[in-house]
Design a binder for this molecule. Structure first.
Ligand code: C2E
Ligand code: CA
Ligand code: CA
Length: 570
């Protein structure tokens, strides 16, 4: 049996419904004054009873006309167009109450003839949803470890500041990786937090924005009113940043010293994209790092050009081996009687895109990127292939040495001795005919493992020569402990030797040192007869240089061999 609902007056029923639903409901007349509302709305705006609201406008609810006006604008639009306006996301700033967020719908109230006589509005409280969204948005712009702005935040700031004049500093910590690897990641995190707070002081002092870009990279962004003194200001920020790292940093159980390299890009037009400035500051930072630690460097056009070339070299170098673009030249070595005693294999690169590129330019890139391992292995195979063909030469000249340059980074590969032994073995070559030229820096950088590798190679009869000798810093006592056979006197001491008494003394000292340590010496870069004679007077009797022969192609070397010492091939 159903009860008839006409027993409840319609108005009372409406009131019950209005107060039961979670929505807030209100309606206004054409003058935008309130005609009615439900209890939840009254609670939201802090009105005790409906009578207090009826006849009032939004000006009575909000503190300022600026807060009321947007709502009234929406009302006017609905009334003017006669169309509903839905999903308006808006704040509800009630004095003395926590800010709420609403999703509001407004529809026109019309007479049966279509005349608009007011509006009816409903809204939902979406505060939680909006706050959560804001939190997420904020989180996405903050670095959780340090609480600093992150890269995205910085980029947005640069974009939004639309500032004509500014500067971007790129800060990369030096040696952070070592600390992190040796003391553990939690110490590393702690260190980053401390450094971040020191950098923050600098940023505050200069009224600039500090961000952590990731890892051990930070950035500072500063805007200026005018273009004057920008460089000086940026320089002083960079200097302050470096100063914070001047003294050792105390952590819980450790004290660490850390440095930084700073790259600076000045921004002189608002149209620059933040990516451009980032790339410039990054390049400048990289060049600062190459210049030694704790340095800063401004971006310059030359840096861009050289970076462009480096990048080109790098991308072409990646395909050079596969495209067979490398070849070797052979520069003969002689004794005082013009007898051929050896030859140095020198790599050449004929790039399809860049033409001939000097090893002085591409070997450092190969070393830095690790490509040197593959390239170095190729040099070994290629040079040994040639040596294997020189049967007649080896038969006549059993002490002949083929010298191959080996980069220090190649020695990082512990398999190198094994690789060389294997390559000699498969060609039935005598290790005594192979010489490896290594630079002094190798001995300083990678002492232990490199020395072990050298010992192993020397043991099987490979000759170990120190290249560019005299340009490094080997102490004499240290040299004595190394498994060496030969010192190769650097070209810089040989050039114009006869006119340079300091170099004469140096060469004399090197020759004496070598004889004391039972090492051979050879001089490289001998270009004139005078240089050769002076070297002989100083008891150096092995030579390489343009005076005797330039680096020769394989064919030239083999042919000139007929002149040097008979035929190469049997
Ligand atoms: P380096 O080992 O000191 O090679 C000697 C360089 O001096 C060679 O330059 C050679 O062409 C040049 N040279 C020889 N005699 C004279 C002379 O009388 N006067 C003058 N002015 N120069 C002379 P190159 O071939 O351009 O090689 C430059 C450097 O590149 C080499 O210096 C070496 O460090 C590196 N390199 C060359 N080939 C290889 C390689 O196969 N592997 C590695 N890792 N490095 C290599
Ligand atoms: Ca060399
Ligand atoms: Ca050399």
């Amino acid at each position: 049996m159903s009860r008839k609902n006409d027993q409840i007056p319609a108005e009372q029923l409406l009131r019950i419904v209005l107060d039961a639903i979670p929505l807030r409901v209100f309606w206004k007349d054409v003058d935008l004054n309130y005609l009615g509302a439900n209890q939840k709305l009254l609670d939201d705006i802090g009105f005790k009873q409906l009578d207090d609201l009826i006849g009032q406008s939004d000006y009575a609810i909000y503190d300022t006309p600026e807060e009321a006006e947007p709502k009234r604008d929406d009302d006017r639009e609905v009334m003017r167009t006669g169309q509903p306006k839905l999903d308006i996301e808006e704040p509800l700033p009630i004095p003395g109450k926590k800010l709420k967020w609403l999703r509001t719908n407004k529809v026109p109230m019309k007479t049966p003839s279509g005349e608009v006589i007011g509006i009816l509005g409903t809204y939902q409280d979406i505060t939680e949803e909006v706050e959560y969204r804001h939190l997420i948005e904020r989180q996405a712009l903050i670095d959780p470890l340090t609480g600093l702005a992150n890269r995205r935040c910085l980029q947005t700031q640069i974009l939004e500041s639309k500032c004509e004049f500014g500067g971007l500093l790129f800060i990369d910590l030096d040696r952070f990786k070592q600390v992190n690897d040796s003391l553990g990641h939690s110490v590393g995190d702690n260190l980053l937090q401390l450094i971040a707070s020191n950098f923050q002081e600098v940023a505050d002092k200069h009224n600039a924005l500090l961000a952590r870009l990731g890892g051990d990279e930070f950035s500072i962004y500063k805007t200026f009113e005018t273009a004057s003194n920008i460089e000086d200001s940026l320089e002083s920020i960079a200097q302050d940043v470096l100063n914070t790292l001047n003294k050792p940093i105390k952590l819980k159980n450790h004290v660490v010293t850390i440095g930084a390299s700073v790259g600076i890009a000045t921004i002189l037009e608002a149209s620059r994209s933040s990516q451009d400035s980032f790339a410039e500051a990054d390049l400048a930072m990289y060049s600062a790092k190459l210049g030694g630690q704790n340095k800063y460097q401004f971006f310059t056009e030359e840096l861009r050009i050289s970076a462009h070339r480096q990048h080109k070299l790098y991308s072409c170098l990646q395909h050079a081996l596969a495209q067979d673009e490398f070849y070797l030249m052979y520069q003969p070595q002689f004794d005082s009687n013009q007898n051929l005693i050896g030859t140095e294999a020198l790599i050449r690169w004929k790039s399809a895109e860049l033409g001939e590129v000097s090893p002085v330019e591409f070997i450092p890139i190969a070393e830095e990127t690790g490509m040197i391992h593959e390239i170095g292995d190729w040099v070994i195979r290629e040079a040994l292939d040639s040596l294997q063909n020189w049967t007649a030469l080896l038969a006549n000249n059993p002490n002949f040495k083929l010298a191959i340059n080996v980069s220090s980074s190649q020695f990082e590969n512990k398999q190198l001795p094994l690789y060389i032994k294997g390559q000699l073995l498969i060609r039935s070559l005598n290790p005594g005919n192979l010489e490896l030229e290594i630079t002094e820096s190798l001995l300083l950088d990678h002492k232990k493992s490199a020395v072990e590798a050298m010992e192993e190679l020397k043991r099987i009869g490979v000759t170990i020569a120190i290249d560019d000798f005299g340009t490094g810093y080997s102490s004499l006592s240290y040299l004595a402990t190394l498994p060496l056979n030969k010192l190769k006197i650097d070209r810089s001491f040989v050039t114009d030797l006869h006119n340079n008494s300091t170099n004469k003394k140096l060469v004399e000292a090197i020759v004496n040192l070598a004889s004391g340590l039972d090492l051979n010496v050879i001089a490289e870069g001998v270009e004139t007869l005078e240089e050769k004679s002076t070297l002989e007077n100083l008891s150096c009797f092995s030579f390489q240089g343009y005076f005797f022969a330039k680096p020769l192609s394989l064919l030239e070397f083999e042919q000139s061999h007929n002149g040097f010492a008979g035929s190469c091939r049997a």
